[in-house]
Design a protein around this ligand. Structure first.
Ligand SMILES: *[C@@H]1O[C@H](CO)[C@@H](O)[C@H](O)[C@H]1NC(C)=O
Ligand SMILES: *[C@@H]1O[C@H](CO)[C@@H](O)[C@H](O)[C@H]1NC(C)=O
Length: 424
């Protein structure tokens, strides 16, 4: 409990920018084999550390470590001969530097070229929603915006339904893409808006519209995304609070990708509000997760669900909670390989090649209450988390990479949906 008190007091004191990261460091850590990967996960859990990027076998992850746990963390790694290196020694100074470097690159307002959303910077919630409304207004015969509700902080939850047959042709399988489930994963949003662009504005593959219907939810967690942009780049969860609950008020929010009602809060989560993987006080406590749930329930013919996240260059499928394989594992893997191959062929040389596999096995630990496990459990045969290519020097992916990432990711989606249909 002492650790939580320390973290909570930082959070409360965090009126000045990045004060909460005084004394923190971040480390690259790379396991040599599965045993080391599991050991890293245990250390992370023991000291309640924030995993910024997941390690995998022979692939570096990035872990943020608070001052009280630095020594314990490095000692534990040393003891097990696990390789690590400093990413940044002084997180606070580094975050301040990144603010200066990138401030001009974050535009609060859209700078639009015709209908197209530019991909040279991260767009605000408002800009993305405006883009979706404009697309729907310009293409009423195929595109519609649905706003089922608002987020905890009252921002609209918006998704697009794109169909040449207004979802009336039930033989057409549905493809459901979402992004922005974690506030700080800014890069996970543009691949979804780019899909809108490629389906409606720049239609180079009419078969994708003729053979599929599409649901596109670019920002699952608008409150976390806004908070990450405006206040704390590293913020991950929603912004919900439970009035009267002091811990909740000190450490707002829930990890949305642990809030789904499938073996909820059984593994890879923490009951404490201040944890980075707090799954909420109940499954579907978060309105934002309920929006995803309702889409999954309302559409019985979803062939593929992809949630974009960052980072690591992984394509992962259920079951995430225990690393076991479902009856659909062969198909999940072969469609995953098609996506990885298509992206790896055109990816930027500085990005890691995509790895495909079961989510629990790639990460070396189970995660309960994820959206992919939930989607699969309610009958979506193909459900993927696509961890996009990663951050390099800092905590924030330079916007110069957005265009490259959206183009190569779309190559993967195109290949994946075609392969999914061919194996139907
Ligand atoms: C971390 O190390 C210190 C000193 O070695 C020890 O007193 C403390 O209990 C450790 N923390 C945890 C959570 O094990
Ligand atoms: C249109 O799509 C093509 C092929 O996918 C791509 O190369 C091009 O950059 C896109 N143009 C716009 C304006 O999005």
């Amino acid at each position: 409990m002492r650790v939580w008190l320390i973290i909570a007091s930082f959070v409360v004191a965090a009126s000045a920018r990045h004060e909460e990261y005084e004394g923190w460091s971040s480390y690259y850590v790379v396991p040599y084999d599965f045993g080391q990967l599991e050991a890293i996960n245990e250390i992370v859990q023991k000291y309640n550390l924030d995993v910024y990027g997941h390690p995998a076998i022979k692939r570096e992850g990035l872990v943020l470590v608070d001052p009280a746990n630095k020594k314990n963390f490095t000692n534990a790694l040393d003891e097990l001969n696990i390789k690590y290196r400093i990413h940044t020694k002084d997180m606070k100074a580094h975050l301040e530097l990144e603010d200066k470097m990138f401030k001009d690159k974050v535009s609060p307002l859209p700078t639009r070229i015709g209908g197209r959303l530019p991909y040279d910077q991260y767009q605000s919630v408002q800009a993305i929603h405006q883009y979706m409304d404009d697309i729907a207004a310009a293409h009423p015969n195929i595109a519609r915006v649905v706003t089922p509700t608002v987020s905890f902080n009252g921002q609209p939850m918006k998704y697009m339904r794109i169909s040449t047959t207004n979802f009336q042709d039930t033989r057409k399988p549905i493809i459901f893409l979402d992004g922005g489930m974690h506030g700080r994963e800014w890069l996970s949003i543009p691949p979804v808006t780019y899909a809108i662009n490629q389906l409606v504005e720049n239609v180079t593959d009419p078969d994708l519209l003729n053979r599929f219907d599409w649901i596109l939810l670019p920002i699952v967690n608008p409150d976390g995304y806004r908070f990450s942009r405006d206040s704390s780049v590293t913020f991950r969860k929603t912004r919900s609070i439970i009035p009267g609950n002091q811990w909740s008020m000190m450490c707002p929010g829930v990890d949305l990708d642990r809030n789904f009602d499938f073996v909820w809060n059984t593994i890879g989560t923490s009951d404490h509000h201040c944890s980075y993987v707090f799954p909420g006080v109940a499954p579907f406590s978060e309105v934002e997760a309920r929006v995803v749930r309702d889409i999954l329930h309302q559409h019985r013919n979803i062939l593929m669900y992809i949630t974009f996240s960052s980072f690591g260059s992984f394509i992962m499928y259920p079951w995430a909670f225990d690393g076991s394989l479902s009856d659909h594992a062969f198909r999940q893997h072969s469609v995953g390989i098609s996506m990885a191959d298509a992206i790896n062929r055109v990816k930027h040389p500085s990005f890691l090649p995509y790895r495909v596999g079961n989510a629990g096995l790639i990460r070396g630990s189970g995660m309960a209450g994820t959206s992919i496990d939930y989607a699969h459990s309610v009958g979506v045969p193909l459900a993927y988390t696509i961890d996009l290519p990663g951050v390099f020097g800092g905590y924030w992916m330079d916007p110069i990479w957005i265009e490259q990432v959206v183009i190569e990711t779309w190559e993967g989606v195109r290949a994946g949906v075609r392969r999914a249909l061919a194996t139907n």
